[in-house]
Design a protein around this ligand. Structure first.
Ligand code: NAD
Length: 366
């Protein structure tokens, strides 16, 4: 039996645990840290539900429960604190994104994991999804030549989640670059084979999503009213936000995320181009296309298998975590990837707030 210790047994980590157990039934949750024991216990796999012990802290979970691996699934603002504590345990870790919400937290993680003896699997399902992997293989094989430009879009069809659930609390999320673009900056950097080094960003807040408590009559048809979502002054999630990206290779990119689109208007994917070709993919269309620029060449179209959580990424993450715990593989989404993405997101937020280009802090210690 492989014993899992989980910190924050909420909705997201319960689906990851399910995928880990589906991959290898030898994995069992045996210890949990979560102040809401009642709700957490209901989410536990049935086989473990009555046996699992709850602990008041990560230290006591590790000392008394002796797990073989840890998973951190709290809300965003607590990831870094627990990840720093987990570094000292020497145990493999599955860590939810965004792995930090402030520069101070991110630097703390970088210091803590510098000499750590174990590996982290950061929860970036898009990077390991079928479509992204197929794109990566083609790009590395030279399908477009040297990548010069990346264009990525994210028209979110379920953006209400960021205004009517706990995500509306800006103090917890730190805004939607950290919450959402952390995935996109990660996969773009992965495909470009290069970190993002400079960002210029803009955002719109409070034009569409407005605080209902401040406007109880709610009369404007172009406005969506939600309770207690803050204001641009107190801090609030964006209606939309965009960033110009410069990569260390010299490639340039642009990314846009929009949170009021609904239904079939959804889009998430990228177009990468170089002198020799253009590669496009979209997760909702579940399609990848490579168009060579040479005259008379036939474009390639590819459709990966459909119908998986996060476009197949969650199952791959769970399998990779299981392999890391058993010492059979290296992490495909290491702590460095989580940090690089957080530094880029923080630069984007700062740029949007100040109207200036912002250099992205680079990971040096790992
Ligand atoms: N990688 C992805 O694709 C993806 C998808 C969805 C959510 N997420 C991320 O997962 C995280 C959790 O989201 P969720 O929807 O599961 O939230 P949730 O509220 O369902 O889960 C959070 C859990 O943490 C517990 N908790 C609260 N305070 C705690 C503390 N001090 N110590 C330990 N546990 C504590 C809560 O009781 C709850 O059980 C978020 O950061 C979110 O951004 C990632």
């Amino acid at each position: 039996m492989i014993k899992l210790g989980v910190i924050g047994f909420g909705s997201r980590i319960s689906s990851i645990v399910k995928a880990v157990v589906a991959h290898d039934p030898e994995f069992h949750v045996t210890g949990v840290v979560d102040p809401d024991e009642r709700s957490a216990r209901k989410r536990l796999p049935e086989a473990d539900r009555d046996e699992v012990k709850f602990y008041p802290s990560l230290a006591s979970l590790v000392k008394r429960g002796r797990p073989d691996a840890l998973l951190i699934g709290t809300r965003c603002d607590l990831h870094a604190r627990y990840a720093i504590a987990a570094a000292k345990t020497g145990l493999p870790l599955f860590l939810e994104k965004p792995i930090a919400t402030t520069l101070r937290q991110a630097r703390g993680i970088e210091r803590a994991w510098r000499d750590a003896k174990s590996e982290v699997v950061v929860s970036f399902p898009l990077r390991v999804s079928h479509l992204c992997e197929e794109a990566k293989q083609r790009i590395d094989a030279g399908a477009v030549g040297r990548v010069e430009h990346l264009l990525a879009t994210n028209y979110v069809s379920y953006g209400n989640v960021y205004f009517d659930r706990w995500y509306r609390d800006y103090q917890i999320t730190g805004g939607l670059f950290l919450q959402k673009a952390t995935h996109d900056f990660d996969y773009l950097s992965y495909l470009a084979g290069s970190p993002i080094i400079r960002v210029a960003a803009m955002m719109t807040q409070g034009r569409i999503h407005q605080d209902k408590t401040l406007e109880p009559s709610g009369g404007n048809p172009d406005v969506a009213y939600y309770p207690e979502i803050g204001t641009p002054i107190t801090g609030m999630n964006e209606d939309s936000s965009s960033a110009l990206l410069e990569f260390a290779t010299g490639a340039k990119g642009v990314y846009t995320q929009v949170f009021y689109t609904r239904g079939k208007a959804e889009q998430r994917g990228a177009t990468l181009s170089g002198l020799h070709g253009t590669l496009q993919f979209d997760w909702y269309d579940n399609n990848l296309r490579v168009v060579p620029h040479a005259i008379d060449t036939v474009p390639e179209s590819y459709q990966p298998p459909e119908g998986f959580e996060h476009f197949g990424g969650d199952a791959v993450l769970a399998a990779n975590f299981s392999d890391v715990v058993l010492g059979k593989a290296r992490s495909r989404t290491p702590i460095k990837a989580g940090l690089k993405s957080v530094y880029a997101c923080l630069a984007a937020r700062k740029s949007a707030q100040t109207g200036r280009f912002v250099n992205v802090e680079q990971v040096t210690d790992l």
